[in-house]
Design a protein around this ligand. Structure first.
Ligand SMILES: C[S@@+](CC[C@H](N)C(=O)[O-])C[C@H]1O[C@@H](n2cnc3c(N)ncnc32)[C@H](O)[C@@H]1O
Length: 243
């Protein structure tokens, strides 16, 4: 499986760490110290109506993913009563924008503590702190067996492992999807299957339509979820999984 044309991070424009100073020891040391400080400096960006903080230890929010939020909000208007689950939340922006547009309780899950801290502070900043619970840990380990959600938003890492080096700006754990890029997406699918209310929907992000087809073929007969609409964008694909 090759995550063909849809590349994470290509357009983010942070300068690659410095070939320009190679061979000049002192300058090179100073440059790299300076760059390291820059890399953890908090940054902010507009994401829909929200202002989202993040830093280089987590994936930079990608503007096109507002489409995942607006689709989720659209689905929430006719979803059964119940909370929203966001798997692989990063800084939390996709789920936060969804519930900013269509208020519901939101449980955000990420294994990366820095990402969880940003989700908490981004929720407060958006005035959504009372609606948001952040769970820090692997998605397989932080849900109770009887928990049910009206909607699941999932944005797992989906880059095949041997292609992660193509994205030097991105933290590897945030994009490494295992050998074929689909291991975390498989986990998200299984969790959505287990935890979605009847009539609920998951909006899953992957890299390519070919990845959707691969998952669909693999899951047929072993999942109650039906593959619904697929929406393709220049840098990723969204698929609705209907319970
Ligand atoms: C592709 S990033 C998406 C982050 C965010 N939604 C965004 O748009 O920037 C994937 C996220 O999944 C998280 N992650 C990876 N494996 C995980 C796991 N097993 N359980 C929970 N989160 C995981 C990473 O820490 C990372 O924040």
């Amino acid at each position: 499986m090759v995550a063909d044309g849809n590349r994470r991070g290509e357009s983010y424009g942070r300068a690659a760490v410095g070939m320009a100073t190679a061979g000049r020891g002192y300058d090179m040391r100073m440059t790299s110290l300076h760059e390291r400080r820059d890399e953890v400096a908090p940054r902010s960006m507009d994401f829909g109506d929200l202002c989202i903080d993040f830093d280089a230890r987590i994936l930079e929010p990608r503007p096109w993913t507002t489409a995942q939020s607006t689709w989720a909000a659209e689905l929430l208007r006719s979803a059964p009563p119940g909370p929203v689950l966001e798997l692989c939340a990063g800084a939390g922006h996709i789920g936060l924008l969804a519930i900013h547009l269509e208020p519901r309780p939101l449980v955000c899950v990420d294994v990366e503590p820095v990402a969880c801290d940003y989700t908490r502070s981004n929720a407060e900043r958006a005035g959504l702190g009372d609606l948001v619970e952040v769970r820090e840990g692997s998605m397989d380990a932080v849900l109770e067996p009887d928990e049910r959600f009206a909607l699941v938003i999932a944005d797992p890492p989906w880059v095949p492992r041997d292609e992660t080096a193509h994205f030097p700006e991105d933290p590897v754990p945030a994009i490494d999807g295992g050998v074929d890029g689909l291991d975390p997406a498989r986990s998200c699918w299984a969790l959505a299957d287990r935890h979605l209310l009847e009539g609920g929907t998951a909006v899953l992000q992957v890299g390519t339509v070919a990845q959707v087809e691969c998952l669909d073929a693999e899951m047929r007969g072993v999942t109650r979820l039906r593959v619904g609409e697929v929406r393709s964008f220049e840098r990723g694909v969204l698929v609705a999984l209907e319970a």
